[in-house]
Write a protein of this length. Structure first.
Length: 381
């Protein structure tokens, strides 16, 4: 099993927003017109600098650009908010970041440049933006002049509904928004990829787009609550070219998984032992409590009728629930099996062995061999 990078959100953020066409698309969609019309996008240049210190690294990942604004040089800084919930006092973290940048310019005897801070938020809840004076309410108006007076440009991905997503002009930006916004939400991610499948189809028509889709698949493999088989099933439904792109990434994950399999296996073994002991102790305690409760209830003669009625209702509800659950489980098993068969058939076309396929699909070897036999029988007939 491959380990997760330190922060896959940061990695995907930097790989996507460092591309000028994606950054420009988001600025055109979220920045006020008065700001947009003064940015000379032809001068947009990525800088290697970073101004996040140890404390700010808990809040942001940053990308720094230089650009001409109304004919004058400025720094445009993108800050990816790490939290999945809204920050109560973002101005204070942004102010610390700006001071770090300007202090660096002063130490290097550089000319101080204005900074346009752009905060990218990809949580589920709508960002509640406030001004600095709002933090201190109630505040007498004569004190406003003595508070920090600055603002930030907000890119709130939670506002990108199905209707608003097309306001992004490029498919690169649209897929970036879909993945960042929904990587933590399994059902919504699946729905959005199905709804906007044309975005992915158009991207994979070019080599650059295929690489970008592969990058998105890799990002989801680390962050989404979906197995690699499930992700492969979703992308392979879109088109044969997306299937090819994701297979390339699957091979990379396989190589990484081989290198780290032994370490992960040992960790899982130790964790399994601890969980088994904890579960056993909890079951013993639970059974003891249930036994004492049952004994007390049996002693209480007047509760017998109530217990009988309650048990009958519980049994009836359990039977109904079990029937519904069995139907759902059977349906999900069949869907899961079809995805596994499709995934394994694709891996067989790469001439991979059953052991290799089992490692890539995170499936038991016996199950993989059974499916391979089934595929071979089907092809034989």
């Amino acid at each position: 099993m491959a380990t997760t990078p330190d922060n896959p959100h940061d990695r995907f953020f930097k790989e996507t927003f460092s591309q000028p066409e994606i950054l420009i698309d988001f600025l055109n969609a979220f920045a006020p017109e008065a700001v947009r019309e003064r940015i000379d996008y032809t001068t947009l240049t990525r800088e290697v600098d970073t101004f996040t210190d140890e404390q700010l690294a808990e809040h942001f990942a940053d990308l720094v650009f230089s650009v001409q604004y109304a004919g004058h040089p400025i720094r445009l800084v993108l800050l990816l908010e790490h939290k999945s919930y809204t920050e109560e006092y973002p101005h204070f973290q942004i102010n610390r970041y700006l001071l770090n940048l300007w202090e660096s310019q002063i130490k290097q005897k550089q000319r101080l440049t204005p900074v346009l801070p752009v905060l990218v938020y990809h949580g589920n809840r709508r960002w509640k933006k406030r001004s600095v004076p709002d933090y201190f309410a109630p505040l007498h108006e004569t004190l406003n002049a003595y508070l920090p007076a600055f603002d930030y440009l907000l890119i709130d991905l939670s506002t990108l509904s199905d209707e608003r997503l097309p306001t992004l002009q490029s498919d690169y930006a649209r897929l970036t928004a879909i993945l960042l916004q929904n990587s933590r939400r399994k059902r919504e991610l699946t729905r959005m990829l199905d709804t906007f499948a044309d975005v992915v189809r158009r991207l994979v028509e070019t080599p650059a787009g295929q690489r970008f889709v592969g990058t998105g698949f890799l990002y989801l493999s680390y962050t989404a609550d979906l197995t690699k088989v499930e992700l492969f099933g979703i992308f392979s439904r879109i088109s044969s070219k997306t299937e090819s792109s994701t297979m390339t990434v699957a091979e990379e994950l396989l190589q990484e998984g081989r290198r780290q399999a032994m370490t992960a296996a040992e960790e899982l073994l130790q964790e399994g032992r601890r969980q088994t002991m904890t579960a056993a102790e909890e079951l013993v305690q639970k059974e003891r409590r249930q036994a004492m409760t049952a004994a007390e209830e049996l002693v209480q003669k007047e509760r017998r009728q109530a217990m009988t009625v309650a048990e009958e209702l519980i049994q009836k509800e359990r039977r109904q629930a079990m029937t519904v659950a069995e139907e759902l489980v059977q349906k999900e098993r069949e869907q899961s099996r079809q995805s596994k068969i499709k995934f394994i058939r694709a891996m067989l076309n790469l001439n991979l062995t059953a052991d290799t396929i089992a490692s890539a699909a995170e499936l038991p070897l016996a199950e993989v061999e059974t499916i391979i036999d089934e595929i071979n029988r089907t092809q034989a007939t």
